[in-house]
Design a protein around this ligand. Sequence first.
Ligand SMILES: *Cc1c(COP(=O)(O)O)cnc(C)c1O
Length: 460
Amino acid sequence: MYPQLQYDLEHIEDMLQRVQEISLAYYQNVGESPAAVAPPSRKNQTLPKQGMGGLAVVNHFLKKVAPHLAASGGPRYLGFVTGGATPAALIGDWLTSTFDQNVASDIDSIAPLIEDEAIDMLRTLFGLPDEFSGSFVSGATMSNFAALAIGRQWCAKQIRYDVAKLGLYGLPQIRVLAATPHSSIYKALSMLGMGRSSLIKIKTIPGREAIDIDHLRFELAAARAELIPAIVVGSGGTVNTVDFDDLTAIGALKKEFTFWYHVDAAFGGFAACTKETARLTKGMDSADSITIDAHKWLNVPYDSAMVFTRHPDIGLQVFQNSAAYLGDVQDVPAYVHRTPQNSRRFRALPAWFSLLAYGAAGYEEIVTRCCRLAQRIGEKIAGNDRYDLLAPVNLNVVCFAPASHEVDVGALLMRLRDDGRVFATPTEYGGRSAIRLAFSNWRTTDDDVELVWQALQECL
Ligand SMILES: *Cc1c(COP(=O)(O)O)cnc(C)c1O
C-alpha cells in the first residue's frame, strides 16, 4: 500500500476526530459566519507527485478553502432557495459517505428499501396517494428532466410511437405548455432534444404569475386539432412571487384533453406541510409527475430531490438499463432502471434520518416559521419608503426593490454580500431589477430578520 494511504488508514481515528471538531465549530457558529464571501481569484493547483496525507490536507483546507466558503447552510443565506442541513440530516449524510452504498441494484443490501421508506414518508408529507412511485435524484432540474422524459415517452405512445426505441425522428414537436416555468424546464427540454422552443407560454392571470386556464384550454384545443401531443407544466410555486397555478383546474382539464401533466413544486410543494398553506398544493395529486427538491425546504445537504410519477411503467421504458451483469428487470424494477443515473449515492439516507427525527410536526413548524419570517420582513419593507415591495409575500419569498430607480441593484447586492449579514440574490419583476429573499432554512429566527433588516437599511 502507498505509504500515506497506509498511514492514514492507521490514523483514521485522529482524522475523523479532527474533522468532527472542525465540523462542530462550523455548525455551531454558522450564524456568526459571513453569509457569503467574494470568491478569491483562481490559482492553479498542480498534482503533487507525492501526496501529503489526509491530515495535512485538512490543514491546507482550513487555510486555503474554509475562510472563503459561504455560510449557505446558515440562517441568513437567503439567496436562491437554499435550505441547510438539520442535525439529523447532517449525521445521515455523514453515514451515507461512511457506508458508501450504491443504490442501483436491489440484491446486495437494504439500502433500496430505505429509499422506498423515505419516499413513503415523503408521500405522506406531501399528501400524495400511493399510486405515486418516487426516486431520489440530484436536484429539481434533474427531476424535471426525468419527469419530462417520461412525459415525452407517454405522449409519443398516444400516437403509437416509441421514442425510447426510435428517437425523436418520427415525432412531431411535442408542445409544452406553461405560464411561468422555471428556467430548468427549458434546460431539460434542451437536454431532451425536444428543444427550448417547444415551450409555448400560456398567459397569466392579470397581475399574477399563475396560469390563465382559459388560454391553456385554448392551446390544448389547438394542439389537439393539429394532432400534436402536449405536456402541461404546472407551477407549484414560482420563484419570484411563489404564485401557484390552479393545480386542480389543470388536472380537471384531463377530462377534456389528453396531455401529460407535470407539476414543478421544487420548494412550493412544502406548502402541503401546514394547514394554512395546504390549499396551495391542492390538486397536485392529479399530476402524472411531480418535482420536489429536498435540498431546499427538507433541509438535507446538497444535492437531493425527488421525482414522483404515477407511471413508473413508462419511466421504465425510458430508463431501463438491462445488462446481463445487472440482472433482469423485476416487477418492481431496481433503482438502476428508474432514473437517469445508474450508480447512485445513498441520497435517501439524510432525508430518512430527518423525516424520522422531526416528523410531520417538525416540518410543519419549519415551514410555518419560514413563512411568518418572510411576512415580517415583507411588512418592514412595505412600511418603509426607501424600498418597494413588488409583490405580496406568498409563502416564503419576498420580492422587492430600492424605491429609488437610481440605485444600482447589482452593486447593492454586492455591498450586502460583503457586509456578510445576509446573502440575497437578484431577479427581475414587473420590468424592474429586484431582490429576492427566500426563507427555507430551519435555523432562521426573528433575530435574524432584525439583522437582515438592519443590513438592508445600512447597505442601501
Ligand atoms: C430550484 C428550482 C428548480 C431547480 O432546482 P435545482 O435543485 O437547483 O436543480 C426547479 N424548479 C423550481 C420551481 C425551483 O425553485
